[in-house]
Design a protein around this ligand. Structure first.
Ligand code: FES
Length: 72
């Protein structure tokens, strides 16, 4: 098992902890709103499913594939 955790938007160099703080400060609760602020998730989009999980669970670090593995 890998020790690597997904914890940032690589394209826009934002740690999910920073994104979470920004979202709280600006009353943001969706990825779309982050994109409208041009803050995060505006380029390749690979971080989007992890950000959706962040909004859902409050977590800021995820095992790779968490967005697929946790779907019910
Ligand atoms: S990793 Fe977030 S847009 Fe590419």
């Amino acid at each position: 098992m890998s020790n690597f955790l997904v914890s940032k938007c690589i394209c826009q160099e934002k740690e999910f902890t920073e994104v979470k703080e920004y979202a709280v400060k600006h009353n943001i609760s969706t990825v779309r709103e982050l994109q409208e602020h041009n803050y995060c998730a505006c380029k390749c989009g690979l971080c989007i499913p992890y950000l959706e999980l962040m909004f859902k669970t409050g977590e800021t670090e995820f095992e790779p594939g968490a967005s697929i593995n946790r779907k019910s």
